[in-house]
Design a protein around this ligand. Structure first.
Ligand SMILES: [Zn+2]
Length: 134
């Protein structure tokens, strides 16, 4: 693979957000969740784990099985009734350098963060205007 091909699909983009948004709508009013996984065919965002109305959990067994499929970049989950802000509990589940994609169903909107020196840095924001037709 040349550098151009490697670049394609190398980051979390609208396609991944739309897939997470669909899963989030199906799971509502519970949260949906999964891992952000770099695989040979792109960034995977399949729903995994267990969501409730106030949180989510990805069992270690599922996490290990997923991590065997590709490079673990981070996690994604939904907020069925709120904005895509990271809660203190969300932050506790992250590790240094991890990506966190949060899909908020209220408008809808989505945000991608990376944990840097213990602080979430906003990398991308998808607004209602972008996601309206998703
Ligand atoms: Zn959350």
């Amino acid at each position: 693979m040349g550098p151009v091909r490697q670049q394609r699909g190398a980051s979390v983009g609208l396609e991944q957000v739309q897939r997470a948004l669909r899963a989030a709508r199906e799971a509502a009013p519970d949260e949906a969740c999964g891992l952000l996984l770099r695989t040979p065919t792109g960034i995977a965002v399949e729903p995994r784990g267990v969501g409730t109305r106030t949180g989510f959990h990805i069992p270690a067994r599922e996490l290990a099985a997923e991590a065997a499929r590709g490079e673990l970049l981070g996690v994604w989950h939904s907020h069925p009734v709120g904005p895509p802000d990271l809660s203190p509990e969300d932050l506790n589940g992250l590790w240094e350098g991890a990506l966190a994609l949060v899909v908020g169903l209220q408008w809808p909107s989505a945000a991608l963060y990376r944990l840097e020196a213990g602080t979430p840095r906003l990398l991308s924001l998808w607004t209602r205007a972008v996601l309206a037709d998703s």
